[in-house]
Design a protein around this ligand. Structure first.
Ligand SMILES: O=C(CO)COP(=O)(O)O
Length: 128
């Protein structure tokens, strides 16, 4: 089965997300990708990745992805959060990260941990 990855980035982290996804593009193109609206738009337009785009984060996108995760439809979350900017939908963000903890789903919230998670998933997929 394809690895199912959710990709989410706050505005000031979107360039980092594009750079990260660009590095893993070959692997990510073998995965089933879900993203919040604006992040997904950039991944599709700038990298040509096929992405299931949910609503934008402030309009419930994090909650939609959280719901998928609870249903067992997401294997891993890459969520590049901006710790320096208050977000209007902070409760939704916390709900998604909490759902990852409740369901023991890997959740990388910065670029360094995202590299560790993606390189490991890529290696596993290559060995399968
Ligand atoms: O706000 C977000 C995550 O909390 C991200 O949403 P967008 O990808 O639509 O900007």
């Amino acid at each position: 089965m394809k690895t199912r990855i959710a990709l989410i980035a706050h505005d000031k982290k979107k360039d980092d997300m594009i750079a990260l996804a660009g590095e893993y593009k070959a692997f990510l193109s073998t995965c089933t990708l879900t993203a919040t609206g604006t992040t997904g738009g950039r991944l599709a337009n700038e990298l040509g990745l096929t992405v299931d785009r949910k609503h934008s984060g402030p309009f419930g996108g994090d909650l939609q992805i959280g719901s998928m995760l609870v249903e067992g439809e997401i294997d891993c979350v890459i969520f590049l959060r901006d710790p320096m900017t208050p977000q209007p939908h902070e409760p939704d963000i916390n709900a998604l990260v909490r759902a990852c903890d409740v369901h023991n789903t890997p959740c990388a919230t910065n670029v360094s941990s995202a590299h560790l998670v993606l390189s490991q998933l890529q290696q596993r997929a290559a060995a399968a």
